[in-house]
Structure formats: structure tokens, C-alpha cells
Design a protein around this ligand. Sequence first.
Ligand code: UTP
Length: 289
Amino acid sequence: MSKGKIRIAVFPVAGRGTRFFPVTKVSPKEMLPIVDKPLIQYAVEEAIAAGAKKLIFITGNSQDVLKSHFENNLELEKALIQSGKESLLSLVKEIIPSDIKCVYINQKKPLGLGHAVLCAQEAVGNEPFFVHLADDLISGDVPCLVQMRSHFEMHKVSIVGVEHIDLSESEKYGIVGTEKNNGVLQVTKIIEKPLPKDAPSNLAVVGRYILKPEIFSKLAKTSKGVGNEIQLTDGISSLIQEQPVHALPFDGIRYDCGSKLGYLRATIEYGIKHPDVGSRLSEYIQRLK
Ligand code: UTP
């Protein structure tokens, strides 16, 4: 491992996506488009920007469609050339640069996010790694994982990305209790989906993590928790008994694209910024008011 660098990103994409039924009955929610790119493509771009060289996808029934999206399709490329549409080639060719390795691992049953991360153990080995949940789309000047990597390079500890939420929404998130230590937030408590009255704060973990490999032995011992699933939150709760974990409030806007409203917000806001359709979409929205 190159010193202090994080080279591996894990993308758990094996959830059922029940909040988006029926569209996610067959298609994975990570293939939902925000304007013209699927969520998972934004995720991969963010991880590569943060230095990831090996991408591990933990898939359910989504494996084939995901793989096909990222692999080159020579037949399609040939057809574009033959029909004089070379300008479109860059959109479909080498979506993932050729020096980046992709690994696909099947999570046979959606036993929970903690279990999905545990499925990556062998492929990750003994190094720190990113975990990126593609349905949390985050926009900002500096990609969220880049901000987290900078923090990791200084402190060399596991990190959870957090944001302030309205306490009434605590049951949707893992919530952390923290202690300020030399200007950083050290996690002292982490609880999955607590009632507002039991939440240690209004700081919610969103879908970005840097985890040290010791998390795997914790997850292997984690039994089913909230929702009868093996929760990553519970694994992190064991980890903080042994080593520091930091919470990092990142700069950026998060869209919960696993929910219909969050997804529509992202679609509109990314649409308004899109070079092809942005100005016409803005005009259209003005007319609706
Ligand atoms: P969610 O909590 O959003 O669950 O998972 P979900 O099943 O995808 O969606 P809903 O709540 O039923 O609508 C958080 C992340 O963990 C992954 C999901 O794909 C998502 O990226 N996940 C969850 C797995 O990979 N495996 C699991 O067993 C559970």
C-alpha cells in the first residue's frame, strides 16, 4: 500500500430499494439517472477523484446491469462510428479509466449494510478503504470523499461523514454522539435509527465512510439489529471501544436519492446546472410558478 493513501472504494448496491418500488423491483436504485448519468457513476467519479484505484461493488441482482454499464461495448462503439456519431463515443467509452480495477461481489441476500461491507473483506485486505452509498448524492466544490481523505491523511483514523438533521428525522439515520478533541469530533456513541428522544445529537451519518480494516472483525461478530439487518452502525459502535473514530461534517449539499423527494430535488438541481438543458429547464420551472 502506498503510504497513507486510500486505494480502495466499496460500493454496497445490494439493497432492496423498497422506498422506490416498483421501479427498483428489477432495476437497482443505483442505476436511477440524475439527468443523464446513473447514481453509481457519480459515486465512482467521486471515489476516483479521491484516489481510489480499486472499486469493489457489492451487488444483489444488479450485477449484470452494473457491469454492462461500466464495461466497454465494442458493438455499440462500432455502430456509433458507422453512423457518424463519433461525438457520442466519449460518453459511453471508458466510463471507468482502464487503470482502475473493478471487482464485483455478490451479496446473496440483503442481510444489511454491515453484512454487505463484510462481503468485501477478502477483496479489501488489510488496508483502510472508502465506503460510498451511491443513493446519497453529494454536490460541492470539493467532492465529499476528497474532504474525508484529507482528514484521514492528517489523523489516520476511521471517519464517518455527518450532517445536521432535523431531530424529528432521527429514525432514518445512524446518529452519533461526539466529543470535541483538539478541534475534531470524536465519536463517543453511534446508534442506528434512534427515536428523537434517544438520539445522542442531531448529527446523522450519511453515506460516506473511511474505515480501517479492524471493522471487519467487528462486523463478523455483529448480530442482527434494527430492521433485523446486520448494521454497519453496530460494527462502528464496537470499533469505537477500541480505536478513535471521527465524525466529519463535510461541505456540500446532500440529496437522499433513495427517497422520491430527494431524488426529484437532485434531478431538478442537477438539471438546472446541466449544460445541455439547464437554461431551458430553469425557464420552464419559472413558468410553473
Ligand atoms: P438502505 O438503507 O437505503 O436500504 O441501504 P435499501 O434496501 O437500499 O433501500 P430501502 O430503504 O428499502 O428503500 C443503504 C445502502 O446499503 C446498501 C444499499 O444498496 C444502499 O446503498 N445495502 C443495504 C446493501 O448493499 N445490502 C443490504 O443488505 C442492505
